[in-house]
Design a protein around this ligand. Structure first.
Ligand code: PAF
Length: 273
């Protein structure tokens, strides 16, 4: 497997199936890489992008403490069947003095979910996704469903700007108690970790409610009952992420975000499940 840090060394990997990540890889990423290997069918190279993108962090402290674990990450990529890891520096992605492309984020980026709590986040995501597509020229890219709003933003931007990249979605990978795998879960202490399963439980119980309004009440109740500070717990139209009436019966997507100490948990599921 090749480990690359500079764009000029990507020659021969054009047309790849790309797996965009910020590193600190876990079993959820392994699943994305395996999905990419499947999509590539041995005919296209699979490249894992590892880059902690400074422009998408709305809190400097979160950027500073984001785990950087390149050497185990490389081992995981190789074991999962990737052909190359591309781990560029900040200057390689955003050359000093270079004209930064800052695409206008699509409507999905301003639907009052993540964007309400992470101002500027999706502008940074759109910027880095455009840049990584320009640098690696993939035919397809695999994104996890865990970041549902991000998935819809990237899909919409790719269509709107006619980027010609197939966006492949992969379901969320979960711990035995349902907690969605995330690089930030390592920051949960024992007590927080034991309560974090409430996020998946809320989605599961919410899926049993017959209206969107009832589901939102059920989800909020479970999260608050486990001591999580709820940022949002909502049912939305799955692709446009448009708000729905309380009496709406779906099908939609339930999306939640809640804080446990300094860790933000986000999760989502089809609604009704
Ligand atoms: O989902 C992520 O890890 C990041 O937002 C992404 C898509 C790699 C862009 O930095």
């Amino acid at each position: 497997m090749r480990i690359i840090a500079e764009q000029r060394d990507l020659a021969g990997l054009r047309g790849c199936v790309l797996v965009p990540t910020m590193g600190a890889l876990h079993a959820g990423h392994t699943a994305l890489i395996r999905r990419a290997v499947e999509a590539a069918r041995g005919a296209r190279p699979v490249v894992v992008w590892i880059f902690v993108n400074p422009t998408q962090f709305n809190e400097q402290a979160d950027f500073q403490r984001y785990p950087r674990t390149l050497s185990p990450d490389v081992g995981l990529c190789e074991a999962a069947g990737a052909d190359a890891v591309f781990a560029p520096s900040v200057d390689e992605v955003y050359p000093p003095g270079g004209a930064a492309i800052t695409p206008a984020p699509p409507a999905q980026a301003e639907m009052g979910l993540e964007d309400r709590f992470r101002p500027g986040h999706f502008a940074g995501v759109c910027q880095v996704v455009r840049r990584m597509f320009d640098m690696t020229r993939p035919t397809a890219a695999v994104f996890g469903e865990k970041d549902w709003q991000q998935l819809q933003v990237v899909r919409a931007m790719t269509a709107q700007d006619k980027l010609g990249v197939e966006i492949v979605a992969h379901p969320t990978v979960r711990e035995p108690d349902g907690l969605a795998m995330s690089s930030r879960n390592r920051f949960l202490d024992r007590d927080q970790r034991s309560r974090a399963g409430a996020a998946a439980r809320a989605l599961c119980e919410g899926a049993g409610a017959s209206t969107a309004g009832d589901a939102e009440g059920v989800m909020r109740g479970i999260l608050e009952g486990s001591g999580l500070a709820v940022e949002y717990a909502e049912v939305r139209e799955p692709e446009s992420l448009a708000r729905v009436e309380p009496g709406w019966r779906g099908p939609g997507r339930a999306l939640i975000a809640a804080r446990l100490g300094s860790v933000r948990l986000i999760d989502n599921a089809p609604w009704p499940g």
